[in-house]
Design a protein around this ligand. Structure first.
Ligand code: THU
Length: 137
């Protein structure tokens, strides 16, 4: 049974995702992204996209946030918020969906932006039939 995430907690995640985008290092795409993830401990970890002159090494905001959470010892993620300072929302890219799946196969995924546009979905819906840790058992 999925635990409900309160409106206040969602608002906090949204604020932190917005704040994280301010640190975006995206001189090549000029597309800033901020992410915040809620771990089962109750702690929130944020991250931003970090690009590289070797373009293929660019890291998305969601992966920055998930890797920060995992580096702090977290192993379960219950919610991910993605913010872009745009008029339309940005869903997590395929690579990020796979990385979120590792720690949050049923996580809530919320995309927000600078308009009223908003997507609220789940990782299951974004990545059906995912390959995950259980496939290696
Ligand atoms: N980006 C993210 O940070 N998250 C996504 O889910 C989509 C794309 C970043 C990667 C790159 O720095 C820029 O946005 C343009 O693709």
């Amino acid at each position: 049974m999925k635990k409900k995430i309160s409106t206040a907690l969602t608002a906090r995640l949204e604020r932190l995702a917005r704040r994280a985008a301010a640190n975006s290092y995206s001189p090549y795409s000029r597309f800033a992204v901020g992410a915040a993830v809620l771990a089962s401990s109750g702690k929130i970890y944020s991250g931003t996209n970090v690009e590289n002159a070797s373009y293929g090494l660019c890291n998305c905001a969601e992966r920055s946030a998930v890797f920060t959470a995992a580096s702090a010892g977290e192993r379960k993620i219950t919610c991910v918020v993605v913010y872009t300072p745009t008029q339309a929302v940005t869903p997590p890219c395929g690579a990020c969906r796979q990385v979120i799946n590792e720690f949050g196969p049923h996580a809530r995924v919320i995309s927000i932006c600078d308009s009223k546009d908003r997507i609220e979905t789940t990782l299951d819906a974004l990545l059906p039939g995912a390959f995950g840790p259980e496939n290696l058992a």
